[in-house]
Ligand binder design. Structure first.
Ligand SMILES: Cc1cc2nc3c(=O)[nH]c(=O)nc-3n(C[C@H](O)[C@H](O)[C@H](O)COP(=O)(O)O)c2cc1C
Length: 368
C-alpha cells in the first residue's frame, strides 16, 4: 500500500506530511517546515516592511523549502481611511460601553498603539499595500483568510505564486475553484478565527466533491488537533489539514505565557463564536469583553472594521499587563486537546504517529 499520508499536496509542495500550520509566529513556521510539514505565516497585522523582513528571516532558515504568507482581503471595508478617521466613525454609544467595560474590570490602557491598528482588514488600501510585498518577494504560496483572492490570480500565477483560498461555504469553494485557485481550504465552524456556520464534518466532503476532477487539492480546517482528526480529514477526501489552534501553546510560539496557560486550560465550550471582537463572526476564547457584549442591553456590535478598532485597546491592554483574567485569543473547538507546551516538531510527529496508529487499527497490524 502506498503511504496514505503522502498526498497529492505533499507531492506538489515537496513536503513530507500533509499538515499545514497557520501561525502568526515565525519560529513556529520555521520549526514546522523543517520538521516536514508546511507553514503559512499570518501577516495581516504587519506593515509591508515588517512582512518583507519576516519573509527574509524565514528564507534564511528553511534551506529553500516552500512556505506561505496569509493576508486578509475583505471587500466590505472602506477603500482608504486613516486610523484616526476610522476611530472618529465609532459612535458614542459603543465608546461609552467600551469605557464601562474598562472601568468595571479595571482594564489597563495598552503601552503602545495596538498591532490591530496596522491590520490589513482596516481598509482595502492597507491590504493592497501588503499584497505588493507578496508579489515583490514571489512567495511560494499566498493564502487569503477573509475575502476572495480571485482578483490577484493572473498576476500571482505569472510570478509563480500559488494562491490558496479559505472558504466556509460550498458556493465560495465553487467560485474560487472556477476562478483558478491552486488549493482551497474548507474551514468549518469548529475553527479558530473568522469562520462561517457550517461544521467541519459537513463542509469538507462537500468541498471535496466540488473539487473532484479539477486537480485542486482541498485542505480541511477547523478543530484539527489530534492524529485522529488528521486521518478523518484524509478519509473525508482532504489532501491535508489546515491547523491553527494546535500551535498556539507550542514551545516556539511567541504567544504571551499567561495566554498559553489560559489556552491550555481552555475547554471546547470556552471557544465561543461571536462578532464582538471584529464585527465578523469569529471563534475566540471567552472573556469579560464577550460576556458584556452578549448582554441583552449591550449596544449593537459595530460593522467591520470598527468593532476591531474598539476591541483592540482591551485586547492589547490585557496582554501588555499580563491580565490572564481579561485575555482572549482566537481558538478553535479542538483546543480541548491542546494540553501542554510541546516543541512544534513534537506536535507534528505526535499528530502523524497517532494518524498512523489509527490506520494500523483499521488495517490490523502484522502479528509477526
Ligand atoms: C490565533 C489565531 C489567529 C488567526 N488569524 C488568522 C488570520 O489572520 N488569517 C487567517 O486566514 N486565518 C486566521 N486564523 C484561522 C486559521 O487560519 C485556521 O483557519 C484555524 O485556526 C483553523 O482552525 P483550528 O484553530 O481549529 O485549527 C487564525 C487562527 C488562530 C488560532
Amino acid at each position: 500500500m502506498s503511504d496514505p499520508l503522502h498526498t497529492q499536496l505533499c507531492e506538489k509542495l515537496g513536503i513530507e506530511y500533509p499538515v499545514v500550520a497557520f501561525t502568526h509566529c515565525k519560529d513556529v513556521a520555521v520549526a514546522v517546515i523543517n520538521a516536514g510539514g508546511f507553514a503559512v505565516l499570518g501577516e495581516a497585522m504587519h506593515t509591508p516592511d515588517q512582512i518583507a523582513a519576516d519573509i527574509s528571516w524565514i528564507r534564511e532558515r528553511i534551506d529553500g523549502k516552500p512556505f506561505g504568507i496569509d493576508l486578509v482581503l475583505p471587500a466590505s471595508v472602506p477603500e482608504e481611511k486613516t486610523v484616526e478617521e476610522l476611530m472618529a466613525m465609532i459612535p458614542q454609544e459603543q465608546r461609552d460601553y467600551e469605557q464601562m467595560i474598562k472601568e468595571k474590570y479595571n482594564v489597563p490602557d495598552p503601552k503602545e498603539a495596538p498591532d490591530l491598528h496596522t491590520w490589513g482588514g482596516l481598509d482595502q488600501k492597507r491590504a493592497l499595500n501588503q499584497l505588493e510585498v507578496i508579489f515583490d518577494e514571489k512567495v511560494p504560496v499566498f493564502a487569503s483568510g477573509l475575502g476572495s483572492p480571485a482578483f490577484i490570480l493572473d498576476r500571482a500565477h505569472q510570478l509563480g505564486i500559488q494562491v490558496w483560498g479559505l472558504v466556509g461555504k460550498p458556493r465560495q469553494a465553487k467560485k474560487q475553484i472556477d476562478a483558478g485557485v491552486d488549493a482551497v481550504i474548507a474551514q468549518g465552524f469548529d475553527a479558530a478565527g473568522h469562520t462561517g456556520n457550517i461544521g467541519t464534518f459537513s463542509i469538507v466532503p462537500q468541498v471535496v466533491d466540488i473539487a473532484r476532477g479539477t486537480g485542486v487539492p482541498v485542505l480541511a480546517g477547523g478543530g484539527v488537533t489530534t492524529g485522529r482528526h488528521l486521518m478523518a480529514a484524509l478519509a473525508l477526501g482532504a489532501d491535508a489539514v489546515w491547523t491553527g489552534s494546535l500551535w498556539l501553546a507550542s514551545r516556539e510560539s511567541d504567544v504571551n505565557l499567561q495566554l498559553k496557560e489560559r489556552l491550555i486550560e481552555a475547554e471546547t465550550e470556552d471557544a465561543i463564536w461571536s462578532n464582538c471582537i471584529s464585527g465578523y463572526t469569529m471563534r475566540t476564547t471567552r472573556s469579560p469583553w464577550h460576556n458584556e457584549w452578549s448582554k441583552p442591553d449591550a449596544p449593537p456590535v459595530l460593522k467591520p472594521p470598527l468593532q476591531m478598532m474598539l476591541s483592540s485597546d482591551y485586547i492589547q491592554g490585557s496582554l501588555d499587563y499580563q491580565r490572564k483574567d481579561l485575555m482572549t485569543e482566537a481558538a478553535g473547538q479542538g483546543i480541548h486537546y491542546v494540553t501542554e507546551m510541546k516543541p512544534a516538531r513534537q506536535i507534528l510527529s505526535d499528530l502523524v504517529e497517532e494518524a498512523l496508529d489509527v490506520l494500523d487499527g483499521f488495517c490490523g497490524e502484522d502479528e509477526d
